[in-house]
Design a binder for this molecule. Structure first.
Ligand code: NAD
Length: 257
């Protein structure tokens, strides 16, 4: 998929990875980038820089997600790419209170599902569309010290896989981004003593990796500190950072031929 002339919505577009994607995708010639975030001031500042639109959205509320999608489609046009990127981190384990588990579940998991509930039937009716969600490397391997984050990100990866398996043949494109150690406000606030600082990627690097992956229609995109060098010199061994569905698809193709 080429982003030129596309209408793109990015949740969590006020800062970090979402803001970097908004800037990168706009520079790539997107027709309109909509930054949706509960932080309207931050979203507006990014939107002003790129000639886009900011819409205040709390992704933990289904009504906000529905209204975001409906207002964009009514006032701007059909959404070509929806980036479900807003997320929070929460440290702790089983002792974390149910209310807090529910809060992170609503943002890190239900938001993806609720967006798909509105978007997928509409995208399928017009022949397809692209949904990209930001999960985490913690969605592939549990992260020490953060059960709520790991569990919800696993669920986000699983939902993306389900979407791809269910609707991939109907024209819907799905990708799930699984980064680790990206220098944003999220990692500034947490204890990163277990994360190698020199392995951290910038949000801009992740946005570029995401752009490459969207254009090449990759499913699981995994910028990981251990492969940061590879990612910088893109093109050496994709097996190391593109996993999951793509390998599985390749295996099926090999079996069929
Ligand atoms: P960030 O804190 O800079 O950005 C997160 C954005 O999401 C913020 O603008 C915030 O206002 C918004 N947000 C949070 N809750 C929201 C809600 N309920 N409704 C609307 N907006 C909300 O952090 P980031 O690192 O850019 O995170 C973006 C995504 O990347 C998240 O899903 C995060 O889990 C994921 N991620 C980040 C890292 C990392 O190392 N930074 C690693 C793996 C995955």
């Amino acid at each position: 998929m080429n982003l030129k002339d596309k209408i793109i919505v990015i949740t969590g577009g006020a800062s970090g990875i979402g803001a970097a994607m908004a800037r990168r995708f706009a520079a790539e010639g997107a027709k309109h980038v909509i930054c949706a975030d509960r932080d309207l001031v931050g979203a507006q500042s990014v939107a002003d820089d790129i000639g886009g639109t900011a819409i205040q959205t709390d992704v933990s509320l289904e009504a906000d997600i529905t209204s975001l999608i409906e207002s964009v489609e009514k006032d701007i046009g059909p959404i070509d790419l929806f980036v479900s990127n807003a997320g929070i981190i929460m440290e702790g384990g089983a002792e974390v209170a149910d209310d807090d588990w529910q809060r992170i579940w609503d943002i890190n998991v239900l938001a993806h599902i609720r967006a798909a509930r509105t978007l997928v039937p509409e995208m399928l009716a017009r022949g397809g569309g692209y949904i990209l969600s930001t999960a985490s490397a913690a969605g592939l391997l549990a992260q020490i010290g953060s059960a709520p984050y790991s569990v919800t990100k696993h669920a986000a990866v699983s939902f993306a896989e389900w979407l791809a398996i269910t609707h991939g043949d109907d024209g819907l494109k799905v990708s799930v981004l699984c980064p680790q150690g990206v220098a944003t406000s999220m990692t500034a606030d947490i204890d990163t003593s277990t994360v190698a600082k020199d392995g951290m990627l910038s949000a801009e690097a992740v946005a570029q990796i995401t752009l490459d992956a969207i254009e090449e229609e990759r499913f699981l995109i995994m910028p990981h500190p251990q492969v940061a060098d590879y990612i910088k010199q893109k093109g050496s061994d994709p097996e190391r950072w593109i996993t999951g569905m793509q390998r599985w698809q390749r295996m099926l193709n090999e079996q069929a031929s």
